[in-house]
Every structure is written in structure tokens, then in C-alpha cells.
Design a protein around this ligand. Structure first.
Ligand SMILES: NC(=O)c1ccc[n+]([C@@H]2O[C@H](COP(=O)([O-])OP(=O)(O)OC[C@H]3O[C@@H](n4cnc5c(N)ncnc54)[C@H](O)[C@@H]3O)[C@@H](O)[C@H]2O)c1
Length: 338
């Protein structure tokens, strides 16, 4: 089978990681890279010596030998560039978030379906080996009924000047929660504050409520003393912590819970705490981005729908949009757009 010829748009902080992967993975050829900043040519020549560079994205859209386009430009440009790529008949991998507006996201999904093109969104956490391990535990009922989850993604890091911490960081955790629970929340609340730049929230606390009574809470910030990337899952049988900042032993499973005793005589006997063993399962130590890029190549070659397809990107967008409405309304609960 021929190698998939890829064109990459955007060779900024993240795009260069994509360039490194697509330049080295088997089954594809990174044929061209475009960045609006001509000075990015140097880094592209270093990471992908075989790729030609152009500051004009149209050169990639007009090149009929390029089958797939990867977009890693600022989110505000995803819609226009994504639409052009699909209209030019390319398969498409768009970094998260898919776009900044649900209606625009729906248009891209519709366009991809009409054109029978692959549309994948860069929700990297659903390719993380630890996420897949946890998903397998959930599917097998190992944790019992999942009651609630909470995640934090905080550090003292790159301050964005267009999208806030919610749009910049929370897509990772929202995509993970939706992947685990396999449903959309019915209601979302979000509060946050802009301390460094007017109107761009540096910190956000988001809570998703599901019709099953399940709950997921997400804390995101680039203004925090700790680098913390953690997810805790609390189930009726077991509990788990996934610490993505840890270099190894990323998942800890606690055989802890509260058992109810139907034959109780006193209240103390009714609810009995249970503290059992802790299991630290082996997690494959492959780079999630490499697995994600390989998945895109496989989907293009085999014409199969990606794990993080356009519709799942749209679901994440619906949560983000409701959270943004709640944020602007001072934390008032918001229902998701249907
Ligand atoms: N998956 C992840 O973990 C992860 C991490 C960081 C960023 N991202 C995503 O990657 C994307 C890029 O983020 P970044 O941090 O690299 O941003 P960045 O600002 O560092 O880089 C963006 C690049 O796009 C270029 N650009 C802008 N408009 C362009 C156009 N029309 N055509 C070609 N190039 C254009 C800019 O010159 C710049 O070099 C965003 O969508 C972001 O959310 C994903």
C-alpha cells in the first residue's frame, strides 16, 4: 500500500511535535508543511528534512498528491482551514478543540460525511495507554458502578491570549470523561476568573452532571504553583487514580469502598468501610502522540472511523460551549445544545 502523503499546517509549539511524528512514522510521508511565519522553515527543515516548506496554506490544498491534512494552527483558524481542506477532498486531522463554535463544528462534520473524508480531532488523551487501561477496567465492571470522577490539569505555564484555560486545557479532560462514561452530560456549570488578562479566564472549575446521577468535575489553570495532571475515579466497588505527571506507576487502583449490610442492627453496622489491596497495573510506556498519529494514518489507509472522530469532537464542543455560557453567567447551570 502506498504511503499516505501528509501536509501539515502550523509548526508552532505543538505542530513541531506532530511534524516529528509524521516525519518518522511508517506508512506515511510528511510531504509539506505550511506556517504563516516564514521563519518556521528552519525548525521544519530540522524535524522533517524531506518536507517542503511554504508560508501559503493553499499550496497544500492545491497539491493533488497530498491525501491528508493535519491542522495545528490557533483554534480560531481551524474552521476556515478545515473547511478548505475538506472541500479540497483531503482527509483531516484537526488539533483540539475542533473549532470554537458548535454550528461550525456541525458544518465540518457534515462536510466530511458528505465527502466521505476521514475527520479526526486531536483528543490525545483517548490514545493514552493509561486511559485505555482505565476504560477497560470500567467496561469490565471492575470499579462497579462509576459514581463520580474529578480531574485536574494545572501548572504555571504558557498563558494563551485568545482562548481561555477552559478552551485550551479542558478539551483533554472532557474527551476523557465522555470516553469513559459514553454519554453526554445533561447540564454543566462552570466558574472561573481572569486575573492576568481581561476576559481570558486563567482558571476554571467545571462540573458536568449526567442523567444517571454521575458527576465529573474538572479544574484547569495555567496559574498554579503545581504541575498536576490527575484523574480520580470513584466507583461502588473500587477507586482509581491516574497521575499523568508521574514518570511511572501512573495508575493506582484502590480496593476501597463502603459496603452496606442489610442485616444490620445498629447504624454503625449498616455502612462498613472496606480497605483492601492497592494494585499498580503495568501501563505501556508509548508516547500518546505517536499512537494518535499512527491511528490517523491507519484510519486513512483503512477508511475506518477514528476513535476521536468529528462527532466526538462535536460532543466535546457542546460541553465547552455550555461551560462557556455558564462561566459568563456567573456559574449558572446550563443545559447542552441538542
Ligand atoms: N494535543 C495537545 O496536547 C496540544 C498541546 C498544545 C496545543 N495543542 C493545539 O495545537 C494547536 C496549535 O497550538 P500551538 O501551541 O502550537 O500554537 P502556536 O501559536 O505555538 O502555533 C501555531 C502556529 O500556527 C501558525 N499559523 C497561524 N495561522 C496559520 C495559517 N493560516 N496557516 C498556517 N500556519 C498558521 C502560526 O504562525 C504558529 O506558528 C492548537 O489547536 C492547540 O489547542 C494541542
Amino acid at each position: 500500500m502506498d504511503k499516505v502523503k501528509i501536509g501539515l499546517l502550523g509548526a508552532g509549539a505543538w505542530g513541531r511535535n506532530l511534524a516529528r511524528n509524521f516525519a518518522t512514522l511508517p506508512g506515511c510521508e510528511l510531504a509539506a508543511v505550511s506556517d504563516a511565519e516564514p521563519k518556521r522553515a528552519g525548525v521544519v527543515a530540522e524535524l522533517a528534512p524531506g518536507a517542503r516548506f511554504s508560508p501559503r496554506a493553499d499550496e497544500i490544498f492545491n497539491d493533488s498528491s497530498i491525501q491528508a491534512v493535519v491542522i495545528s494552527t490557533p483554534p480560531a483558524t481551524h474552521y476556515e482551514l478545515g473547511k478548505k481542506a475538506l472541500q479540497a477532498g483531503k482527509d483531516l486531522f484537526v488539533e483540539k478543540p475542533l473549532v470554537l463554535d458548535v454550528a461550525q463544528g456541525e458544518e465540518l462534520v457534515r462536510l466530511a460525511e458528505e465527502q466521505k473524508r476521514i475527520l479526526m480531532v486531536g483528543h490525545i488523551m483517548v490514545y493514552h495507554p493509561a486511559t485505555l487501561k482505565l476504560k477497560d477496567y470500567i467496561r469490565r465492571g471492575e470499579f462497579g458502578e462509576v459514581y463520580y470522577l474529578y480531574a485536574s490539569r494545572v501548572n504555571l505555564g504558557k498563558v494563551r491570549d485568545i482562548e481561555n484555560a477552559l478552551w485550551s486545557f479542558a478539551p483533554h479532560d472532557i474527551s476523557m470523561v465522555l470516553f469513559f462514561l459514553e454519554k453526554l452530560p445533561v447540564q454543566v456549570t462552570a466558574t472561573g476568573r481572569a486575573y492576568l488578562q481581561p476576559g481570558i479566564e486563567d482558571v476554571c472549575f467545571l462540573t458536568m452532571h449526567f442523567d444517571t446521577g454521575q458527576m465529573a468535575h474538572i479544574h484547569v489553570s495555567w496559574l498554579d504553583p503545581h504541575k498536576d495532571r490527575k484523574v480520580t475515579i470513584v466507583g461502588s466497588k473500587k477507586m482509581a487514580v491516574f497521575d499523568d505527571s508521574a514518570s511511572s506507576e501512573k495508575i493506582w487502583i484502590y480496593d476501597k469502598g463502603v459496603n452496606t449490610n442489610p442485616d444490620y442492627t445498629t447504624y454503625g453496622e449498616y455502612l462498613a468501610l472496606r480497605t483492601g489491596d492497592i494494585l499498580i497495573p503495568k501501563v505501556e510506556s508509548k508516547e500518546p502522540l505517536s499512537l494518535e498519529c499512527q491511528h490517523f494514518i491507519d484510519c486513512v489507509r483503512e477508511r475506518k472511523s477514528p476513535r476521536s472522530d468529528g462527532r466526538s469532537g462535536l460532543d466535546v464542543l457542546k460541553v465547552l460551549e455550555a461551560a462557556q455560557r455558564s462561566l459568563k453567567a456567573g456559574g449558572t447551570p446550563q443545559r447542552l445544545a441538542t
